[in-house]
Write a protein that binds this ligand. Structure first.
Ligand code: PLP
Length: 358
């Protein structure tokens, strides 16, 4: 039996979307491709209400490529990376791994990164790039990227502000214009509810201007080359066209549902899950900073998450254990993509039954 995915990515993908990938292929240097790709870009521009100085692109990669893109094309002298979980840590290590300098501002896992913490570091004037993870999928913490953005834009106009929104974009609020960020990116296997294999990046002119001045940007990681190809309505290298067909369809569905309603649906699923968690267990994430796409719950009764998943499988569902060192200490329920409140209520009722939670 297929187990429906309630893990923090990949999330469940509908038959409509899976089918969309079966259209016959076209050549990626053909006029037909250009006409098709223009539509995908236009839909992303409309959905994320992009101002004229901010443009979308789609890379054939998972989201992690964007850690490398930022390292190779954006960081000039030194980056400040805010770390409060496994993915933000990987972002920082990737920048260092690419031979660039990065300082880590570490916050306890489960706690949020606050604007005053970031301001204190930026005040030193050492940093040209700031990296923040919006939605730490390992801890279920939603960092206040808009508040941080206000402070950065007011005081540090030359700092390029980069957001990892891998597990929040297309579920939570991620308008670049509201956040004041220069680059924001996500993978398609999360809130976009597509198979893995593509990443969406929204990049403004300031970031591109920076990239033009950075040497040794590589190939796949060269932001300038990516956007030169965009001007020709192409991608620099062979893209995964079946996934682009799926993204095109998904953008129609997102536009039809509307940005506000998509956000409200995710918020409602998260609130219901939080109430359930606080009744029976406790949330792991700092109060007021809970993710709306993945709930990370403290396993206060020491139940076996592994056993739960075996029993849930009989009902056709799978949730996620805690990440790395948080395994069995926490468990995570992903409510992102096309999931609905009614479905989440059903899944939690099944967990009630299995764990005999009254
Ligand atoms: C917050 C966050 N950042 C980055 C990544 C890495 O993305 P990908 O697996 O698409 O490379 C993930 C994956 O789960 C994530 O949750």
């Amino acid at each position: 039996m297929h187990k429906k995915l309630l893990i923090p990515g990949p999330t469940e993908v509908s038959q409509t979307i899976l089918q969309e990938q079966t259209h016959p292929l076209i050549g990626h240097r053909s006029k037909e491709f250009q006409e098709f790709y223009v539509q995908v870009i236009a839909k992303l521009t409309e959905y994320f209400q992009l101002p004229s100085d901010c443009k979308p692109t789609v890379t054939t990669s998972s989201g992690t490529l964007w850690f490398d893109i930022v390292a190779r094309s954006i960081v000039k002298h030194k980056a400040l990376v805010c770390i409060n979980g496994a993915f933000s840590e990987r972002f920082g290590k990737t920048i260092q791994g690419c031979g660039k300098q990065a300082d880590f501002m570490e916050v306890e896992w489960g706690r949020a990164v606050k604007p005053d913490m970031v301001a204190e570091k930026l005040e030193t004037g050492e940093y040209d790039t700031l990296a923040v993870c919006h939605n730490e999928s390992s801890t279920g913490v939603r960092n206040p990227i808009q508040e941080i953005g206000k402070m950065v834009r007011r005081n540090y106009p030359d700092v390029i502000y980069v957001i990892d929104a891998v597990s929040s974009m297309a579920g939570d609020k991620t308008f670049p214009a509201e956040i004041g960020c220069d680059i924001i990116f996500a993978s398609t296997q999360k809130c976009f509810a597509l198979p893995p294999g593509l990443a969406v990046g929204l990049v403004n002119d300031r970031a591109l201007e920076r990239a033009r001045k950075i040497p040794n940007r590589g190939s796949y990681t060269d932001l300038v080359e990516i956007f030169e190809a965009e001007q020709k309505h192409q991608t620099p290298f062979t893209p995964c066209i079946p996934l682009l067909y799926a993204l095109n369809k998904r953008m129609d569905l997102l536009l039809e549902e509307t940005y506000e309603k998509v956000y409200e649906r995710h918020r409602a699923m998260a609130e219901y899950t939080q109430q359930w968690a606080n009744k029976h267990f406790a949330m792991f994430s700092e109060p007021g900073y809970e993710s709306i796409t993945v709930s990370c719950i403290q396993n206060t009764h020491g139940k076996s998450v592994k056993d739960l998943n075996m029993k849930l499988a009989e009902h056709g569902y799978v949730i996620s254990n805690g990440y790395g060192k948080l395994a069995e200490k926490t468990f995570r329920i992903g409510h992102m993509g096309e999931w609905t409140l009614e479905e989440i209520k059903q899944v939690l009722a099944v967990i009630d039954e299995i764990w005999e939670l009254a």
